[in-house]
Design a protein around this ligand. Structure first.
Ligand SMILES: Cc1cc2nc3c(=O)[nH]c(=O)nc-3n(C[C@H](O)[C@H](O)[C@H](O)COP(=O)(O)O)c2cc1C
Length: 201
């Protein structure tokens, strides 16, 4: 990070139909509610099973693609993916598999990190996705941060929101985030931002 650049939490997601992006936008609000911390929102390109995709460097809409520098220079990281067969989607995994340089140099060690996901169904694998998304972050030496039960929405929710990270149950018709899901997104962004400030002291 250049000396004049404000510290930021990188909110990095993949989303095909917009539900995970909506979670990311709410998490960003939580990050930005913390004085002294900005949010940088980034996405990753889709991948193809038949060839190496060569995407334009700037997507036609939405967040721009994440660079290695975006990741290297963050003060904290929050990653999100739709649940696919109980796990993160390939485009985000593909991006993470390309972070060897950062692992070799220990660039992410001791930075706080958190995860989020969206599913179609209530019991469709949110926890397995969230927990497995934490694994590469642990390999990078990051400090994993979940949601504590002092957040009332965690007890009251009948939709998404877990101690392992923020989540959304989109259903078959891509229903909007519930109030509890939004509150837990805010709480997660805020928590990672506050932790990043404390860890940098
Ligand atoms: C290949 C594939 C696998 C999926 N697997 C699951 C699953 O295991 N559990 C579930 O509840 N939803 C599953 N879904 C549904 C998505 O997780 C859900 O629609 C999600 O909200 C999409 O997020 P997005 O709008 O950010 O793309 C799957 C969707 C696809 C395309």
């Amino acid at each position: 990070m250049s000396q004049c650049e404000q510290p930021y939490i990188l909110v990095l997601y993949y989303s095909r139909h917009g539900a995970t992006r909506d979670l990311a936008l709410n998490i960003t609000q939580g990050v930005e509610s913390v004085t002294g911390m900005a949010a940088r929102i980034r996405t990753v390109p889709a991948v193809s099973a038949v060839c190496e995709a060569t995407k334009e460097s700037i997507p036609s809409e939405g967040a721009v693609y994440c660079t290695e520098d975006d990741l290297r220079n963050c003060s904290g990281l929050i990653i999100g993916s739709p649940t696919r067969f109980g796990n993160m989607a390939a485009p985000l995994k593909y991006f993470l598999d390309g972070t060897t340089n950062l692992w070799l140099t220990g660039a992410l060690i001791n930075k706080p990190a958190a995860v989020f996901t969206s599913t179609a169904s209530l019991h469709g694998g949110q926890e397995s996705t969230l927990l497995s998304m934490q694994i590469p972050l642990l390999h990078h030496g990051m400090i994993i941060c979940g949601l504590p039960y002092s957040e009332p929405a965690l007890t009251h929710t009948t939709t998404g929101g877990t101690p392992y990270g923020a989540s959304h149950v989109a259903g078959q018709n891509n229903q909007p985030l519930s109030d509890n899901e939004k509150q837990l997104c805010m709480a997660l962004g805020k928590r990672v931002a506050n932790l990043a400030i404390k860890l940098e002291q």
